[in-house]
Design a protein around this ligand. Structure first.
Ligand code: NAD
Length: 594
C-alpha cells in the first residue's frame, strides 16, 4: 500500500495552514501550542496513514473516522462500515468496563485502550474520573505492580537499569518524543504501602502521568514515565520466573548514587532546565537525600513528601472550618514518621509560621510543641533517642516519657488531629477512635496509608466508632457511609488533587525550581475550592468531578508564586493566570483530519 502522510500543524501555525500543504490534523484546541515550549518555530509531525494510522494510538480514532477521512487516509475496507462518534465509543467502553468484576481486569482494559486510542482513553478518564481513578491509580495500580510481570504486554515508559550505566543519555534519546515537560521516576523500592516491587514499580509513573494529563491537562506526549532498576530485595520477585527486572539485590551507596547522578545530569542535558522531575515511591532513605541534593540544581518535586504534605495540609485547612480554631491551636499525632508523616509535619509548621507570623525560632518551638511525631516501630520520637534517629526525623525529637502503644499516646497527648502515615493497616482501632472522640467534639482522622488494605481504619469504622463525630479522610477511596440516618461522605486526601495542578503551574510559568511557598499556595488554592455545600456533607475536599477546574486554580496560584519569587522564565506574565492555565490544558476531543 502506498503510504502518504498526514501533517499535524502546531497551534502557532493555525493562521498559516498553507505551511502544512493545506492538509493535515489541525490543532484547533491549542494545547500543543500552549504547553509547548516552541512559541516561535512552527513544527510539523508526519503521521502514517492507512493500516499504520489505525495502530498509532496517538492518532487512531477507530470507528470515529469519518467517511471523508476514510477516503483521504487509505482506511477504506480496514474498518467496518459503521460510524461511531467519540461519545458513543465512550458509552460502549464504559459499558464493557463495568462488566468486569475484577478490578485488575479493568486496569488491563484501560491500559489496552491507552495503547490503542489515546484520546479515547483520556476522554473516558476525564469524564468518569471518580469511577476510573481507582482503576488507573490507587488501589488497583498497586495490585497491577505486584503482578506487572504477568500482565506485561507492550512496554510503557523508559527502563533505565544498571546495565545502562554510562549510556543513560543514549537511552533517553531512544524515547520517541523530544519535548518532554514532566518525568515521573521511581526506583520501585517503596511502591504505595506494598514495599519493594523493583522494576515492576513502572505502573506508578505510568499511572501518575496519565493523571497529569487527565487532571492537569499536560499533553501525553510531554510526559515520560521512567523506572530506574537497581535490583530488588524482594525475594518473591527474584524467584518469580515472570519478573521483568534485574535479578539481583539492590545496588546501594556509591553505585546507586552514581547511577542517579548520571540520570539527573542526562535529563538536564537532554531536556533542559525546565523539565519537571517528579520522584515517586523511593524508599525514605533515598527520597529525602535525592530531594535535598537536587532541589537547588533541578526542577524536582517529591510527591510522597511534598505532594502528600500539600494535599493533607489543604484537608487540614478546610477541616478547621468545621472544627473551629486556628492551625496553631491544633495538636497533631502521627503514626509513622516517614516521607509522608514528616513531610506533612514540616508543611504544617511552615503554614503555622506563615499564619502566626511567628519568627522562625518560635515556629520551630510551635512545631515541636504542637506536633508530635510518633513512630511505633521504634517508639515515640523522643529526645533521648535523638542520636539513633534517621536525620529527617531528628527535628521532631522532643521531651516525652516513652509511650508503648498508639492508644496510650492518644490518651497522653490528646491530639485534635490523628494522622496515619505508617503504611500499616488497621492500626486505628476501635479504642483509639473512641479515645479521640472522647475528648474532641469533632476528631479529625486521616487514615492515609495506601492501598485500601493498609488503611489505618475504614470510613465506616471511623464514623461508627466515633458515633458520627469524626471528620474523616483517607488515602484510598471509601464509599459514603450511612450512620444513624445521616450520610457521611469521606474525603480522599489523594495526591492527585495537587500534583497535576502544581505541575501545570510550574510548566506554564516556565519555573526552574520548586519552593515550599508554592506547595503552600497549592494547599490554600485547593482548600479554597471547598464550598459550604461540601462541608454540609462532611467533605473536606471538593469532589473530584471538578478536578480540571481545581487544577487550573492550583496552577494559577503556583505560577503566580513562581513569578513572585523570580523563578518563572516564561515572560511576560499572563494577566489572568486561571484562564491562561485553562487555555493550556490538553483536550481529549478528536481532531478533524483533512
Ligand atoms: P515511609 O516508609 O517513608 O514511612 C513509613 C514510616 O512508618 C516509617 O518511618 C516506618 O518506620 C513507620 N512505621 C512502619 N510501621 C509502623 C508501625 N507499625 N507503627 C508506627 N510506625 C510504623 O512511607 P511513606 O512514604 O511515608 O508512606 C507511608 C504510607 O502513606 C504508605 O502507605 C503510603 O501509601 C501512604 N501515603 C499516602 C498518601 C496519600 O494518601 N495522599 C501519600 C503518600 C503516602
Amino acid at each position: 500500500m502506498e503510504s502518504t502522510t498526514n501533517t499535524m500543524v502546531n497551534g502557532s501555525d493555525l493562521d498559516n495552514n498553507n505551511a502544512a500543504g493545506g492538509g493535515g490534523v489541525v490543532d484547533v484546541y491549542g494545547e500543543d501550542f500552549a504547553t509547548e515550549d516552541q512559541l516561535i518555530t512552527p513544527w510539523t509531525v508526519s503521521v502514517a496513514s492507512g493500516y499504520t494510522l489505525l495502530r498509532d494510538p496517538r492518532h487512531n480514532k477507530g470507528l470515529a473516522f469519518t467517511e471523508n477521512e476514510r477516503d483521504a487516509h487509505y482506511l477504506r475496507g480496514l474498518l467496518p462500515p459503521a460510524l461511531m462518534n467519540q461519545e458513543l465509543q465512550e458509552k460502549r467502553l464504559m459499558h464493557n468496563l463495568r462488566q468486569y468484576k475484577v478490578p485488575l481486569q479493568r486496569y488491563v482494559a484501560m491500559m489496552d485502550l491507552q495503547e490503542r486510542n489515546e484520546r479515547l482513553f483520556y476522554k473516558l478518564l476525564i469524564d468518569n474520573v471518580e469511577e476510573l481513578l481507582p482503576v488507573v491509580y490507587t488501589p488497583t495500580v498497586g495490585e497491577a505492580c505486584q503482578k506487572y510481570g504477568s500482565i506485561f504486554r507492550r512496554p510503557q515508559g523508559l527502563y533505565i537499569s544498571l546495565k545502562e550505566k554510562g549510556k543513560i543519555l543514549e537511552v533517553l534519546k531512544n524515547w520517541p518524543e523530544r519535548n518532554i515537560q514532566v518525568i515521573v521516576v521511581t526506583d520501585g523500592e517503596r511502591i504505595l504501602g506494598l514495599g519493594d516491587l523493583g522494576c515492576q514499580g513502572m505502573g506508578i509513573p505510568v499511572g501518575k502521568l496519565s493523571l497529569y494529563t487527565a487532571l492537569g491537562g499536560l499533553r501525553p506526549s510531554a510526559c515520560l514515565p521512567i523506572t530506574i532498576d537497581v535490583g530488588t530485595n524482594n525475594e518473591q520477585l527474584l524467584n518469580d520466573e515472570f519478573y521483568i527486572g534485574l535479578r539481583q539485590k539492590r545496588a546501594t551507596g556509591q553505585e546507586y548514587a552514581e547511577l542517579l547522578q548520571e540520570f539527573m545530569t542526562a535529563v538536564k542535558q537532554n531536556y533542559g532546565e525546565k523539565v519537571l522531575i517528579q520522584f515517586e515511591d523511593f524508599a525514605n532513605h533515598n527520597a529525602f537525600e535525592l530531594l535535598s541534593k537536587y532541589s537547588s540544581s533541578h526542577l524536582v518535586f517529591n510527591d510522597d513528601i511534598q505532594g502528600t504534605a500539600s494535599v493533607v495540609l489543604a484537608g487540614i485547612l478546610s477541616a478547621l472550618k468545621l472544627v473551629g480554631g486556628t492551625l496553631a491551636d491544633q495538636t497533631f499525632l502521627f503514626l509513622g514518621a516517614g516521607e509522608a508523616g514528616t513531610g506533612i509535619a514540616e508543611l504544617i509548621a511552615l503554614e503555622m509560621s506563615k499564619q502566626t507570623k511567628a519568627p522562625i525560632e518560635e515556629a520551630l518551638y510551635l512545631r515541636r510543641v504542637k506536633t508530635d511525631v510518633l513512630n511505633l516501630l521504634q517508639g515515640l520520637i523522643v529526645s533521648s533517642r535523638k542520636e539513633s534517629l534517621q536525620h529527617f526525623k531528628k527535628p521532631w525529637a522532643h521531651e516525652h516519657a516513652p509511650i508503648k502503644s498508639l492508644l496510650d499516646a492518644v490518651k497522653a497527648i490528646k491530639p485534635t488531629m490523628l494522622m496515619g502515615t505508617s503504611g500499616v493497616g488497621k492500626t486505628f482501632t476501635k479504642e483509639v477512635v473512641e479515645a479521640m472522640a472522647s475528648f474532641n467534639e469533632k476528631p479529625v482522622i486521616f487514615a492515609l496509608s495506601n492501598p485500601t488494605s493498609q488503611s489505618e481504619c475504614t470510613a465506616e469504622e471511623a464514623y461508627t466508632w466515633s458515633k458520627g463525630q469524626a471528620i474523616f479522610a483517607s488515602g484510598s477511596p471509601f464509599d459514603p457511609v450511612e450512620y444513624n440516618g445521616k450520610v457521611f461522605v469521606p474525603g480522599q486526601g489523594n495526591n492527585a488533587y495537587i500534583f497535576p495542578g502544581l505541575g501545570l503551574g510550574l510548566i506554564i510559568s516556565g519555573a526552574i525550581r520548586v519552593r515550599d511557598e508554592m506547595l503552600l499556595a497549592a494547599s490554600e488554592a485547593l482548600a479554597a475550592q471547598v464550598t459550604q455545600e461540601h462541608f454540609d456533607k462532611g467533605l473536606i475536599y471538593p469532589p473530584f468531578t471538578n478536578i480540571r477546574k481545581i487544577s487550573a486554580h492550583i496552577a494559577a496560584k503556583v505560577a503566580a508564586k513562581a513569578y513572585d519569587l523570580g523563578l518563572a522564565s516564561r515572560l511576560p506574565r499572563p494577566k489572568d493566570l486561571v484562564s491562561y492555565a485553562e487555555s493550556c490544558m490538553y483536550s481529549p476531543m478528536y481532531r478533524s483530519y483533512r
